[in-house]
Design a protein around this ligand. Structure first.
Ligand code: 13P
Ligand code: SF4
Length: 302
């Protein structure tokens, strides 16, 4: 921590000077999450905060699709990302052309895309969803068959909870797919921990979990249940960040870090604020269509 302090002080001063707001995803490292973020949350909460805040300059500490979502919902604000190479294996698994090909193969079937997608893919979609509202959004389409992309595991999980037939894509999260059912079981048996898992994990892990939910869903569950010991089967910065908020809970960590989230560092946040570099720019027609898909989701509810 002492190593981080000069950076944290410098970023806070520069933030004030620029009138900038720093938004950070729950998977950002603790020195960012606790040290420099003004607002923290899941990807959708951050995008909504970008739209609702009163700052015209936003630095989004998270991956590229999250910064795009912020720009889509706050088109008149400047959105910067400290490293534009911070990607996501789900977002990069599918292109707008792939979505058009899926539509051609399944005429009439609406497309629901997880928020972990590029602006171009959102623009080709009828609605977006998060892991928290995926079932409701799928059912709100009023169709017997829905194209659901790009996360195959989230898709399988949703398919098990609805009568709507889902056409799935082959995307996976390179972080969550690494957790195993055996790890989850071991954590419960050896440490007596309740197991909460993100639905980007494989079906074997989800079958072992006591609760399955998005990052915000898991946080709400902790607020409600206040367990003595918990294992969060998700990117492990989240446990580091929540420890402060739940001091009475012991976090057992099966640990996988997201290499893309880790690309965001304090020095890069400082540079980005100083030089006003790495601005997110989205073609206006793409942004408008992507916004319609996000708004259709927001009308269904979070
Ligand atoms: P949440 O939308 O649950 O925050 O998840 C984002 C993500 O990238 C999960 O890996
Ligand atoms: Fe993408 Fe997985 Fe990283 Fe989330 S944890 S940003 S889904 S690669």
């Amino acid at each position: 921590v002492p190593l981080h302090l000069p950076w944290i002080d410098a970023i806070r001063a520069l933030k004030r000077e620029r009138g900038a707001l720093v938004l950070a995803h729950t998977y950002q490292s603790p020195e960012i999450f606790h040290g420099v973020a003004d607002i923290t949350g899941d990807s959708l909460a951050l995008a909504q905060a970008a739209a609702d805040c009163d700052s015209d300059l936003i630095v989004l500490c998270g991956v590229h699709f999250m910064a795009e979502s912020a720009k889509i919902l706050a088109p008149h604000r400047t959105v910067l990302i400290p490293d534009r190479e911070a990607g996501c294996s789900l977002a990069s698994s599918i292109t707008a052309a792939d979505v058009r090909a899926l539509r051609a193969r399944h005429p009439g079937a609406p497309v629901v895309s997880y928020v972990n997608t590029s602006a171009e893919v959102k623009a080709e979609s009828d609605a977006c969803c998060t892991s928290a509202n995926a079932v409701q959004v799928v059912e709100s389409m009023g169709a017997d068959k829905v194209i659901f992309l790009p996360d195959n595991y989230l898709g399988q999980w949703v398919a098990g909870r609805t009568r709507v037939e889902l056409v799935l894509w082959h995307g996976t999260c390179e972080v969550h797919e690494q957790f195993t059912a055996q790890q989850a079981r071991h954590t419960r048996e050896r440490f007596g921990a309740v197991v909460l898992a993100h639905p980007e994990c494989g079906p074997g892990v989800l079958a072992e979990a006591d609760f399955v939910g998005s990052t915000s869903g898991m946080t709400r569950w902790l607020e409600r249940e206040r367990p003595a010991r918990v294992a969060l089967v998700t990117e492990c910065s989240m446990a580091d960040n929540l420890r402060v908020r739940f001091p009475e809970t012991e976090f057992i960590k099966p640990c996988n870090l997201c290499p893309h989230m880790q690309k965001i560092t304090l020095p890069k946040i400082f540079d980005c604020l100083r030089d006003l570099e790495n601005e997110i720019v989205i073609a206006p027609d793409v942004a408008a269509r992507a916004r319609a898909a996000l708004e259709r989701m927001l009308a269904v509810g979070r």
